[in-house]
Design a binder for this molecule. Sequence first.
Ligand code: SF4
Length: 267
Amino acid sequence: MSDGRTLAREFLEQQRLLGGDTVILSDSPAPGSRPGSVTPPGSSAGLTPGASPGKTLAPAANALPPAGLSYDPPSGDLFSTDPIAQAASLEAIAQLVATCTTCRLCEGRRHTVPGEGPPDARLVVVGEGPGRVEDETGRPFVGPAGELLTKILAAIDLPRERVFICNVVKCRPPENRLPQFDEVAACVPYLFRQIELLKPQVILAMGGTAAQTLLNTKQSLGALRNQLHRFRGIPVIVTYHPAALLRNPNWKKPTWDDVRIARRLIA
Ligand code: SF4
């Protein structure tokens, strides 16, 4: 099967998970279609609603956002001596973070904030970095923004306790400034290893720093929303950070739309 048709099948399978109508993908290319081309859903070329015989694959209604970026950074190999790559559990990563002095953010921290949640979490929420209350408590997403996140998760029937919540950087940037490029680069191996161990069904990237880090891009949050991205094959939904929602309530509606898409991707 060509790469194009593999992508089409994958897209339609995602549509099926969202509960739309049945779509048939025939095994032979539609007349006039280019070999390996991806046929848009709803088009008659290659994807034939109700056709038979063929393979029932996916619904067309309730469309997911179109496919976006895909980032697949290499993971540590068996012979690596990197302690992060060798960390066998979330607790082991938290212990490494607790003594980490790899970047300048260690200088002003009161507590490291590695993240929290169950090891079998199906959803991973990734934010930017700890704020004041997080730095004081060592817990992610506490304070007003954290309370809003807890409400958002409850609204999609995912108690916070069932979600793994973390940030790109594990120590608080001074004055809540954005983490700088070298700080993100120093800290991101912890996040990548956490995701590797968790193997979630969906990642919710909240805010531009999380989205750009997970997708290895400089595109703006606005440009990255409304697409179904992937990190090591795991679907990534991009939305606003809860702290931004507190500043601009107009973003609550689009955030709600994004979060519902993420929820529907969770089995
Ligand atoms: S922010 Fe990350 S890399 Fe920097 S000191 Fe903290 S744990 Fe280490």
